[in-house]
Design a protein around this ligand. Structure first.
Ligand SMILES: [Zn+2]
Length: 110
């Protein structure tokens, strides 16, 4: 089994729709550190699990310097962002979305 790990920094804004009062309801930004884990039993014809630049294009290319509320069709919590990223990349099995030094969400496929 082969695994590749791609880390990216994505600067973007969001506001969260929550069922309780929170400052996160205000539009604000993060420099998210996003780590994408992909694996495959066999390499493709190019000798890769997936091209690192294709991961970057699918994640950073679509989220960087955006308002995530306008870009994504769901409440853009770190958890929801992690699941969405995992769904965009067929070989992906795990995504970490670090919002700040102390806050990180992880999504893993069953
Ligand atoms: Zn936030």
């Amino acid at each position: 089994m082969y695994t590749v790990i791609k880390r990216m920094e994505v600067s973007a804004a969001h506001s969260l729709s929550l069922s309780y009062p929170s400052k996160c309801g205000q539009l604000h930004g993060h420099n998210w550190i996003i780590t994408v884990y992909c694996r495959a039993r066999e390499l493709n014809a190019d000798g890769m699990v997936v091209d690192f630049s294709h991961i970057k294009q699918l994640v950073k290319g679509r989220l960087d310097h955006r308002n995530l509320n306008e870009t994504l069709p769901f409440n853009p919590t770190a958890e929801n962002i992690a699941r969405w990223i995992c769904e965009q990349i067929p070989a992906c099995f795990k995504v970490e979305v670090q919002e700040s030094e102390s806050n990180m969400a992880v999504y893993e496929k069953d």
